[in-house]
Design a protein around this ligand. Sequence first.
Ligand SMILES: C[S@@+](CC[C@H](N)C(=O)[O-])C[C@H]1O[C@@H](n2cnc3c(N)ncnc32)[C@H](O)[C@@H]1O
Length: 311
Amino acid sequence: MTVYISKKHPLGILSGHQTNDGSFSLHSDHFKEDFHDLEGAATEANTKFLGPAQLKTFKNIHELRVLDICVGLGYNTACILETLQKEMPLKLNWWGLELDPRPISIALKTASYRDIWTKEVLKKLESLRDNNGWETSKSKGKILLGDARQCLRSIPPEMDFHLIMLDPFSPKHCPELWSEEFLQETSKRLTPNGRIVTYCRAAAVRATLRRAGLELRSITTKIPKKKQWSQGTVAIYREDKKDLINDDLHSKTLSKMEEEHLLTRASIPYRDPTGTDKTFMIHQRRLQEQKSSNLESTSSWQRRWFLNERD
Ligand SMILES: C[S@@+](CC[C@H](N)C(=O)[O-])C[C@H]1O[C@@H](n2cnc3c(N)ncnc32)[C@H](O)[C@@H]1O
């Protein structure tokens, strides 16, 4: 059901709809993609971001630093804010990157969205919309509006993050935010015990994160179906491997099938050497590299594992 259609805009029309769990989300005409999966916007934020973030891992630190790449309607951030408020009174230093200020503004005008969050969290989201940030005695937040590739560089160089939530549109529609260069730069922003959490399970993205020195885990799914072999990726930078969490209910080490995926042509990265290339250019460059590659074809990997989808 479409409930909202924005006016003409350089970033295209945004149309609103209710997802299967009743929560509100948007579709981007420009990126030709829904902001959330059909299961539901709130469900996705909880199962693919909040759970795998394992905030309890950071319970003893003085100040939790979080970076939300692609804030959108703010679901992922709002889940973190609610949890900290209810369960873990940590100091928070939050940064967000987003190209389009409309999604959060549309969401805050929508009753079913407002109903999910407490007054305190809504106040922070409203302040993001109105003042590009908030500041209280316990927490502060700042959103940088623009292309995340450039905005990431304007975060002070000494600032590193315990948790980075990576939620761009899919590599097919937004390869610029999944490139080798952007992900390497993003990984350098992690604290020694930090983690990147993303819904993306693409081999190209996982291979890049592994090259960045991160340990990969696969976000698990409640209903294991062939099509849903993973709900995403957690990439952990750990100096001390002894410290690894093994009892994580939200993620597990990669299966043999997933490891073999990283040896196929699907693992060839998206490249964007200057950080300014357009979608088409990035795809063209990768296609050329795939054509001349000796790696196993992705379709042969799919046949071996009885899969029938790409990447
Ligand atoms: C999948 S949605 C994010 C959903 C969001 N995390 C939430 O909780 O509602 C992707 C977002 O990426 C933003 N985006 C697309 N290209 C971008 C870019 N180059 N830099 C920053 N943000 C970008 C879009 O405007 C959109 O809000």
